[in-house]
Design a protein around this ligand. Structure first.
Ligand code: Z5A
Length: 227
């Protein structure tokens, strides 16, 4: 994040991240939440990782091509970290500091789940990269969409159509099962920040659960004083 500063206080926007395994429905839910926030008068920006800024989109192309896998788990983690550094500095922090909410499709929990739990990258390496790339920027709320692996993989395959699977879509069922467990552990370890939502039901019902969660965690209650 370089010299970029995390501002605190009432003028700062809220930072909401969406996490989950393949085909969990993150992009679908971010679009639906963005519309609801707009209707409620809350300015918001949607973004994604890897990517979200010009430099990070170049890194996205690299990591999803599979080159990171060839280099090994530590090096692949560095590629994600480089992308995050650019994204935080150029997109996330400026938006939050201008009072806009940021809805981000994946963030550092993806690194913890994919590279940490599954890639076996050591915690001290992950912590060091986290310190450099995001400093003390933490999501105000992380929504983890939970679906059984078979459902997620099937949804992703339908959406992909005849395109070739990318670096992570090519992993086997055991990998995706491990991923689901990693996310459940992340949710259990940080219950104040993370909320696990059942994403097997139809999109509108998932969106209602997301909206209830956002209102409960992030909307300041309006105190109505005595007349
Ligand atoms: N990665 C990493 O390893 N380390 C990191 O630090 C970071 C990322 C940041 C990025 O892939 C990959 O990078 C990701 C982790 C890794 N690996 N994978 N796989 P990506 O950005 O290309 O893809 P993704 O983030 O995994 O998204 P996704 O799983 O492909 O999709 P989604 O956003 O969760 O789902 P969707 O696009 O909203 O929905 C998928 C389909 O299901 C679509 O046709 C929908 O219409 C349908 N859908 C959605 N919701 C429902 C419900 N409720 N019912 C039925 N059908 C639904």
């Amino acid at each position: 994040m370089g010299d970029a500063q995390v501002q605190r206080g009432p003028g700062r926007g809220k930072f909401v991240t969406f996490e989950g395994g393949e085909g969990a429905g993150k992009s679908t839910q971010i679009k639906m939440l963005a519309k609801r926030l707009e209707a409620a008068g809350v300015r918001n920006v949607s973004t994604r990782e890897p990517g979200g800024s010009a430099g990070a989109e170049i890194m996205r192309h690299l990591v999803l091509s599979g080159i990171g896998k060839l280099l090994g788990a530590d090096a692949e983690t560095l590629l994600f970290a480089a992308a995050r550094d650019d994204h935080v500095r150029n997109v996330i922090l400026p938006a939050l500091n201008q009072g806009s909410w940021v809805l981000c499709d994946r963030f550092f929990d993806s690194t913890r789940a994919y590279q940490g739990s599954l890639g076996k990258v050591a915690p001290d390496v992950l912590n060091a990269m986290q310190r450099v790339t995001i400093g003390d920027l933490k999501p105000d709320l992380t929504i983890i969409l939970d679906v059984p692996v078979e459902i997620g993989m099937q949804r992703a395959a339908v959406r992909r159509g005849s395109d070739a699977p990318d670096r992570f879509e090519s992993e086997d069922v055991k990998f995706h099962q491990g991923l689901r467990e990693a996310y459940r552990k992340i949710a259990a370890d940080d219950p104040k920040r993370c909320v696990l939502i059942d994403a097997t039901v139809e999109p509108d019902r998932v969106a209602d659960a997301v909206w209830d969660t956002v209102r409960m965690h992030l909307f300041t209650p309006v105190t109505v004083g005595p007349p």
